[in-house]
Design a protein around this ligand. Sequence first.
Ligand SMILES: [Ca+2]
Length: 262
Amino acid sequence: MGGLLGWSELMLALLLIFSMQTGSGSVNAAGPPDCSYIRTFSSNGASGVYSIQPEGFRFSFEAYCEIGENGIWTVIQKHTGGAVDFDREWAAYKNGFGFPSWDHWLGLEKISAMTKDKSKRWKLRVDLWDFEGGSAYAEYEDFRVEDESTNYRLSVGRYSGTAGDAIRGAYPGVDQNGYGFSTFDHDSDGCDPCIFGDIAINACTDFDSGGWWYSKCGSASLNGEWHPKGNNIGWSSGLHWLTWKGPAPYSAKATRMMITPM
Ligand SMILES: [Ca+2]
């Protein structure tokens, strides 16, 4: 019996060591301030879920770290299906929801904690996949999300990529850069109302769904309602990046947003 206990204790110790090394277990070490440090913290660093704690943030949390060709990225959004509901209230977008290893929104409070300090520069990468086997991306230098007192105002710098700059917009007057975040219970979208043809809209969330930096709604919206293949074109509520596929709204098969220090 004693020998058996010794063996199970050894296995537990090995499991603990393994989970600490991979960062995928329940051992909640404070961890690095963002994913770009994981090679330093973990000798066998691979893409996966790690515990991180931005400087000044009051607790550590799990984030998906994507090891890419041009850096190690902290994933802040992934949306690949309809199982995780993205039509949520302010508190949910503030604190985050979903599963870091799967569909999720990391949370505005966490994203802001990482990026609001103006002495540090961050790059945002947006990846988009369609239902026809294609993909595109948009990158923005100097990505920043300010604190809640500004409604988590978005700012982005120079754009590069293949998807077009949908944050600044496909149409004049809908620039989301410099705008606060909106949810159905927290409206800062600049519409009271907005007139589109013969439709008057007071809240972009009624129309586009989900939470986003809506500015007169605008042409980027990745937290809307997911639509399946064959039924993904023409919905106002989809996962839209209208400089990539438009003007008839095309809802993407999958989206991902991630950030890394510049
Ligand atoms: Ca409004």
